[in-house]
Ligand binder design. Structure first.
Ligand code: PEP
Ligand code: MG
Length: 773
């Protein structure tokens, strides 16, 4: 059974569109089950009816015509009950409804299984048999397993269709939402531009072209360039290779001929495919054929074809790069965005970023936050190669994108973008004002930094210090560990830029989802593994070099604070303090005159919440990393879009933990700040202030909004609101109460703007909007 299942899924996966996928499903399932009929009904989101989309056995003319409401027929019953239905005599069931056009009167028995993808009923898979008989348990299990596996495949095929502007019936533009994780806050509406990593044939997208002749000419140039390279290479190797060995280059040259690769690629270009897509198709076909050959010599030729393909692609990409059209609101889309791709975009053209792979901690997301470009990462279900040139909305607040948005939704988002623009202009005036509530309570607002670009933005926005300098960022942009001297220079720049304001430097926090290319860590459970302080305590040489660099960098400035990440117990703090003192002693022995800086602990692991008093006693200050604390308290991977709706820092358990930390740290006389993303959410900031947090540290983009909010809300009001929120046990209700209360105070425009301006199920996307995660 497993083998049959796998084969069907593989075949369906390779189908070119939804229609083809469904047709394979009904054929193969009917064969595998030996039934007389197999049909797929899909729920049409617009009409909310189950429509017959494919069948083997029923009258094919009824495809697309026969449909039923959820309260009609056996298919409707399977769909609404979300359970399989196995009937020996379908006609005697009270819900049976007869559709003359299908010719189904001949079939007595009925077995239906719902097709459900991420809680959404997508349709129903049905098999029918002429004779009256109950399908046995094995058959029922097969159909249920089949439909569970197919749900994802159908969702993907549907997503691809909607990207191309096709509805289920193959017509009409359809907007679709794809869930990822927030990379950088903000919203953008623009045109997608798919960028590819250099010369990777596998990820070349299909793209139709109008000017076939121009495309043929491009390909011709690439062919000529590769031919010239081959000849030059062959000549260069005259003295190092024997003649017969160099014959390989002649083989290559022959492969480029009209009768081989060259001619085939031209043929595909003439069908309207761009040269890169045509090259991918032809090379893949050849490679597959060669790889299947038993002859070792011939199967080796597969890699020659691949190599030639890559060489041709590199030239085509070069030409393409020069002709890339950057629209005014370019939304850069790639399988894995790299910082260099960002750098290519002409100034003023970049509106948003979308990456299929990566997380909020990826280098490109860090860069995007520093630049203030709305970004969504980890949109794993986006058939990204198909989106070039289409309209796209990037919602960096929610971490989702919408393809082919309808007019209503587009207007809502355009209004939001404009509102944000005006808002940030209006907020500039408060730059020099303190973050002080109307009843006189001061809350210093700090920034999180990593790159030098953050420094400039932080200063423009009136930050009062750095609450978190992520030192892993300068480590991530290198191809080896930076030396003590290099680190010293980088840290000095940060300390100097903010002097005399405090700069909180976190010791290296790698592992988990923050890899260093030159220090790979392979683990089954990276978030529960070797990360943060665990790595650096195991490598005291790395820790000592880093703390020595920090201490030396602060000479004459003395605005350094050192922060320890991922602390799970007092023993780790003891060890880290011991090393810091050692480094301090060493740099002083070397003649550097620095004070011992304040040292703090990050509370990111639930254990630290329960040991807050003991930990606070060991150090000078506490800083909560609410990103990780939320992930560990709720057991929800912070970078997994599949569970992103469970990741919620307003969950009552998280709020309880946050309150405990403040109370515990204050009982020991230690100040507490918070540096997770939550601190940059203006509504959450009101609650944090009410809890007693002494300072909030956030990305520079959100700082003015948080300041504006806290300058409107008296501490006494915030405390009342917190008390109300703390009595609620349901996260969703907490969100609603918070939003409602702040809007009653007239403060809606600053609450998570996308949430306030755009209702997920409002008139825009509507209940019919396809969601892909
Ligand atoms: C956090 O976990 O909240 C935090 C600030 O650290 P990072 O996001 O860098 O893991
Ligand atoms: Mg963290």
């Amino acid at each position: 059974m497993l083998g049959t299942l796998r084969k069907i899924v593989q075949e369906v996966n390779a189908a070119k569109d939804l229609k083809a996928a469904l047709s394979i499903i009904v054929q193969r399932v009917r064969e595998a089950m030996g039934s007389h009929v197999c049909s797929v009904y899909l729920l049409d989101p617009e009409t909310e009816r189950f429509v017959l989309m494919a069948t083997e056995g029923l009258n094919k003319r009824s495809i697309g015509k026969v449909s039923m409401a959820p309260n009609e027929g056996l298919v409707g019953l399977v769909g609404t009950r979300e359970e399989p239905l196995n009937l020996e005599d379908a006609a005697s069931h009270p819900r049976f409804r007869y559709f003359a056009e299908t010719g189904e009167e001949r079939y007595a028995s009925f077995l239906g299984a719902p097709i459900i993808h991420h809680r959404r009923v997508m349709g129903v898979l049905v098999v029918q048999q002429k004779e009256r008989r109950q399908f046995d348990e094995g058959e029922e299990a097969f159909l249920v397993t089949m439909s569970a596996q197919l749900a994802g495949v159908i969702a993907h095929a549907e997503a691809t269709g909607s990207i191309r502007g096709l509805g289920r019936q193959g017509k009409g533009i359809q907007e679709a939402r794809f869930i990822g994780v927030p990379g950088a806050p903000g919203a953008a509406v623009g045109t997608a531009l798919v960028v590819l990593p250099p010369a990777d044939l596998e990820v070349v997208p299909d793209k139709t072209i109008d000017n076939v002749e121009a495309e043929l000419a491009l390909f011709e140039q690439a062919l000529e360039a590769v031919r010239a390279d081959m000849r030059a290479l062959s000549d260069r190797l005259v003295n190092q290779m024997r003649r017969e060995e160099r014959a390989l280059f002649d083989v290559y040259l022959m492969m480029l001929d009209d009768s081989a690769l060259g001619g085939e690629v031209r043929k595909v270009i003439r069908t309207g495919q761009w040269a890169q897509g045509a090259l991918r198709q032809v090379v893949n076909d050849h490679v597959k054929r060669f790889e299947l050959m038993d002859d070792a010599y011939l199967s080796e030729r597969a890699s020659d074809v691949k190599d030639l393909g890559r060489r041709l692609l590199a030239y085509l990409q070069q030409a393409h790069q020069q002709t890339l059209v950057y629209h005014d609101n370019t939304i850069l889309v790639s399988e894995e965005l790299s910082p260099s791709m960002l750098a290519e975009v002409p100034e003023g053209k970049l509106a948003g970023l979308v990456s299929v792979l990566g997380s909020g901690n990826s280098h490109v997301a860090i860069l995007a936050r520093a630049m203030g470009v709305p970004t969504v990462m980890g949109v794993v279900d986006l058939p990204y190669s198909k989106v070039d040139g289409i309209q796209l909305i990037v919602d960096g607040y929610r971490g989702e994108i919408i393809t082919n948005p309808g007019d209503v939704l587009r207007e809502q988002y355009c209004a939001l973008v404009e509102q944000e623009r005006q808002l940030s202009q209006g907020l500039d005036v408060q730059r020099g004002l303190p973050c002080e509530t109307p009843d006189g309570h001061r809350v210093p607002l700090w920034v999180n930094t990593g790159l030098l670009a953050d420094v400039v933005r932080a200063q423009e926005r009136g930050a009062e210090g750095v609450g978190l300098y992520r030192t892993e960022v300068p480590f991530m942009v290198k191809d080896r560990f930076p030396s003590e001297k290099e680190q010293l220079a980088i840290y000095r720049e940060q300390l100097q830029a903010f002097h005399p304001l405090p700069v909180t430097m976190r010791t290296l926090d790698v592992g988990g989802d923050k890899p260093l290319s030159y220090f790979p860590i392979k683990e089954a459970n990276p978030f529960l593994g070797w990360r943060g302080i665990r790595v650096t305590l195991d490598h005291p040489e790395i820790f000592l070099v880093q703390t020595r660099a920090m201490l030396k960098a602060s000479e004459g400035l003395n605005n350094l604070r050192i922060l320890l990440p991922m602390i799970s117990g007092t023993h780790e703090v003891d060890e880290a303090l011991h090393l810091i003192h050692r480094a301090w002693g060493e740099v002083r022995d070397e003649g550097t005159d620095v004070e011992m800086p304040p040292v703090g602990v990050m509370v990111e692991i639930p254990a630290a919440v329960y040991q807050i008093r003991e930990l606070a006693r060991q150090v000078d200050f506490i800083s909560v990393g609410s990103n990780d604390l939320t992930q560990y308290l709720l057991a929800v991977d912070r970078n997994n879009p599949r569970v992103s709706d469970l990741y919620d820092y307003l969950h009552p358990a998280v709020l309880e933990a946050l309150q405990r930390v403040v109370t515990g740290a204050h009982a020991e006389g230690r100040p507490v700040s918070i540096c997770g993303e939550m601190a940059g959410d203006p509504a959450a900031a009101v609650l944090l202030m009410a809890m007693g947090y002494d300072s909030l540290s956030m990305n520079a983009t959100n700082l003015p909004k948080v300041k504006w909010m806290l300058r409107q809300v008296p501490l006494s009001t915030a405390r009342e609101l917190l008390a109300r929120v703390r009595s609620i046990d349901n996260p969703q209700v907490i969100h609603s109460v918070l939003q409602l209360s702040l809007s009653k105070l007239g403060l809606t425009r600053m609450i998570n703007p996308a949430a306030a301006a755009i209702q997920p199920d409002g008139p825009g996307p509507g209940p019919g909007l396809g969601v892909h995660r």
